[in-house]
Design a protein around this ligand. Structure first.
Ligand SMILES: [Zn+2]
Length: 321
């Protein structure tokens, strides 16, 4: 098997990131699998190379050892998504040839007006299929005015998958309403596209991530199906999923929103050791019973023997004080 940790280098790594890295690491090591680290720096405006390097430094300091990824290489030529755009472009060409994607010329105002509950800054998922039915002539004319986004043409379907902690998930995709963007008008590739294509290229068989991403899984599973259609001679393996509860602060805010005082850098500056950070995470996350430990320092090599099926992982959020 192959597991992975795929952070976005948009800030310093914090406890919330390490929590997910820890779970995926333990799971992969227990299955004697290959652990991959990938930098999801596809959002070129928000991601920074130096933050990616700092993130890798922090992971190394915590004791993580990956088998493929930045700094050590592997079967792929690069593990930075920003350097993998030719690959995404090639796949989009294949999807276009099979007429599985189409250009969308709608502007933001129109998209917001058709979204059921539009909030500024929120990703708009619902569409109405308007551009799916444009004539060749309309398309040619519109291209001369505007670079379109590219949407996946989704057929209505029901999907199902078994989540390691959340149980059986039933998803209904509602045809045109769920036609989602794979490349934006400004050329930026969508998270859903890059993540699926990279997981396929890197042979990832198990995805452990935060349950804030549970909602994207349906779209990603549909893309796996579509890609299999596009590449019939290639066997595309759909990974197993585990969506873990997120760490939140005492006010219920996701840790990533309030980065202050919980980055590994800051904890390190306050003389926290790597094993103290990992031990605290394992205790608050419910992986181990803290009352049985007089000290809270547990090294990564000890943590990999923990049982990940514990009930604590089925709860909604984990409060960190
Ligand atoms: Zn459109």
């Amino acid at each position: 098997m192959k597991g992975r940790f795929a952070p976005s280098p948009t800030g310093y790594i914090h406890l919330g990131n390490v929590w997910i890295a820890l779970l995926s690491y333990i799971s992969t090591r227990q299955q004697k699998g290959t652990y991959v680290v990938r930098m999801e720096d596809i959002d070129l405006q928000r991601s920074k190379r130096e933050l990616g390097e700092a993130l890798l430094d922090d992971l190394e300091w915590l004791g993580f050892e990956w088998d493929e990824g930045p700094r050590i290489g592997g079967s792929e030529s690069t593990y930075w998504q920003s350097e993998r755009q030719d690959y995404y472009a090639n796949v989009l060409e294949c999807l276009a040839l099979e007429k599985l994607i189409y250009p969308c010329f709608c502007n933001r105002t129109r998209l917001q007006s058709i979204a059921s509950a539009p909030h500024i800054g929120e990703i708009i998922h619902r569409y109405d299929g308007k551009c799916r039915h444009l004539s060749k002539r309309d398309i040619d004319e519109l291209y001369s005015m505007k670079e379109p986004s590219l949407r996946l043409a989704v057929d209505s379907c029901n999907l199902e998958f078994e989540d390691r902690w959340q149980g059986t998930q039933h998803i209904h995709l509602d045809g045109e309403l769920d036609d989602y963007v794979l490349r934006r008008g400004d050329g930026m590739y969508a998270y859903n596209l890059a993540v699926v294509l990279d997981d396929i290229a890197m042979g990832i068989t198990e995805i452990i991530r935060g349950d804030d991403l549970l909602d994207t899984t349906g779209q990603q599973l549909y893309l796996y199906k579509t890609l299999q259609q596009c590449y019939p001679h290639k066997h595309i393996e759909v990974p197993k999923y585990g969506h873990a509860p997120l760490l939140v602060d005492i006010d219920g805010h996701r840790l990533s929103k309030r980065q202050k005082s919980i980055t590994i850098r800051e904890l390190k500056a306050q003389q926290w050791s790597a094993s103290r950070i990992l031990g605290e995470l394992a205790i608050v996350g419910g992986l181990i019973d803290g009352s049985r430990y007089t000290h809270r320092e547990i090294s990564l090599s000890d943590l990999i023997h923990l049982d990940l099926s514990v009930s604590g992982l089925r709860q909604k959020t984990i409060v960190i004080k």
